[in-house]
Design a protein around this ligand. Sequence first.
Ligand code: DQA
Length: 145
Amino acid sequence: MPAKILVLNGPNLNMLGTREPAVYGHETLADVHALIQARAGELGVEADCRQSNGEGELVTWIQQARGDATAIIINAGAYSHTSIAIPDALRAAELPVYEVHLSNIYQRESFRHHSHISAVAVAVLCGLGPDGYLYALTAAAKAAD
Ligand code: DQA
């Protein structure tokens, strides 16, 4: 059975490509998912890529990953800075968590400098654009090997 890595994107990341391209780049979420799937194929792992604007739906998917997925890669968007429910669910899932942000959140407004998810993550990749997901996927696949 190949390692199965759940890749979650949170609110407004469905708007990639048109949303503040100077900050988030020109790739759409479909482009990012295609890059992830290509790398997953190279690594011999399965990537299950999903996006939701809803905190509750993200929590439900994280709960369902317990016992099913090998690792979770998550860019929770603005929920990274506000949600307690998402890190609670991640803790309960008992899976390695890789946190990704396209932008360097530390170079931005101070309210973006703290993420509640970082405390439950094995690694945080930010400021690398879509490559952050690919590095996280590589790390998750290596850890599952
Ligand atoms: C983001 C950074 C967050 O502060 C922001 O709310 C997002 C995207 C990023 O990928 O850089 O929606 O997570």
